[in-house]
Design a binder for this molecule. Structure first.
Ligand SMILES: *Cc1c(COP(=O)(O)O)cnc(C)c1O
Length: 361
């Protein structure tokens, strides 16, 4: 195939074509060094420059205040499910978790291995079709932080308003990273795997409030400590050089396209096209999610029967509309429409959906 597929994969996912092509051009002989970037020392001047640029762009594009440091870690977002409580959950304190869906559940499961963890709001009763309002979140005494999953990738829900609960927030933002502005004053830490919006897998980007690093736990291996990574500018050990290099290219692209505000408004427009198609289908397509909490990144929808869903996915594939199958745990369909997915791909999906409805409705 020599054209680009419409790629709705939930992650790893579509990246900007120009970033891929630039990397391709530079790949074998990086800046006339006679070697590839992935073949040279991570402490040499070429890679150090790449890493510094990527860090600077992370802070700039995501509009991060100076009170925070950015860390490049490995182990994906799931590693943070453990590192957050290991570092932040000091003796005598508890952690509250909003149980909003599949990824929140993973974070809760891992945090329980490290301390006193409670569920501050449980979305199980509503089938994970919405996020809580601040007033529904129950914070207990001695709470060190409230963990939220800002966008549940599998259930397709996000917070329309940020929780306001009087304790610091920790956010798993994997699937809407740099797709909307963040009220930094509410957060002590934000993390996410790069492979949903920012680049290839193998890299987790963490923003940590510097002032908390004096009070984190330290009785554990050095790789597991935020303060160690921060003091070494994320060069404590060999970082994932290729992922960081690609992250830098994607961030440069985001900046050139207009930055966070543009990413946010494009996401709202793309999501709007799809939700309109669903809402105007007379119930043929249905989205189980509370309208106010509909994700702008992962649009989930069902057809009238599983047979029709199978047929829909098969025909979509024949039209280069790829990876529309919902997560195996929930079934149905899901279109992940991250920052780099062109609007034209969403338009192609919408017109396919209308066409499918007219043939099979
Ligand atoms: C994908 C995802 C994860 C898991 O990320 P890994 O990088 O694979 O560890 C965690 N949380 C959310 C919200 C996700 O979307």
């Amino acid at each position: 195939m020599n054209k680009r597929a419409h790629n709705f994969s939930a992650g790893p996912c579509t990246l900007p074509l120009e970033c891929l092509e630039e990397a391709q051009k530079e790949f074998v002989n990086y800046h006339d060094t006679g070697m590839s970037l992935i073949e040279m020392s991570h402490r040499g001047k070429h890679f150090v420059e790449v890493a510094n640029d990527a860090m600077r762009l992370c802070m700039e594009v995501f509009e991060v205040p100076d009170e925070f440091s950015v860390l490049f870690l490995q182990g994906g977002a799931i590693m943070q499910f453990s590192m957050v409580p290991m570092n932040l959950l000091v003796p005598g304190k508890k952690a509250g978790y909003v149980h909003s869906g599949t990824w929140a559940k993973g974070a809760i499961t891992d945090a329980k291995a490290y301390g006193d963890v409670y569920i501050a709001w449980n979305g199980e009763q509503c089938g994970y079709t919405r996020m809580p309002d601040s007033g529904e979140i129950e914070i207990q005494d001695d709470t060190r932080y409230l963990h939220i999953t800002t966008n549940e990738t599998i259930e397709g829900i996000r917070y329309p308003n940020w929780p306001d609960v009087g304790v610091p927030l920790v956010g798993d933002m994997s699937s809407e990273y740099m797709a909307r502005p963040v009220p930094w004053e509410k957060f002590d830490l934000i993390y996410g795997g790069a492979q949903k919006n920012l680049g290839p897998s193998g890299l987790c980007v963490v923003f940590v409030r510097k002032s908390i690093l004096e009070h984190t736990n330290s009785h554990m291996g050095r790789y597991l400590r935020y303060d160690v990574h921060e003091s070494k500018t994320s060069m404590f050990n060999t970082p994932p050089v290729f992922s960081i290099y690609m992250l830098g290219k994607v961030l440069k692209w985001m900046k050139k396209e207009g930055g966070l505000k543009v990413m946010e408004s494009r996401a709202a427009e793309k999501a709007g096209l799809l939700y309109d198609t669903i809402d105007q289908s007379g119930g043929y397509y249905s989205c189980p999610v509370d309208v106010a909490c509909r994700s702008h990144m992962n649009v989930v929808f069902r057809l009238p029967s599983e047979e029709l869903e199978q047929q829909f996915l098969a025909e979509a594939g024949q039209n280069d509309l790829m990876h529309l199958k919902g997560h195996r745990s929930v079934g149905g369909c899901r279109a992940s429409i991250y920052n780099a997915l062109p609007r034209a791909s969403v338009e192609a999906l919408c017109s396919f959906m209308s066409d499918f409805l007219s043939r099979n409705g």
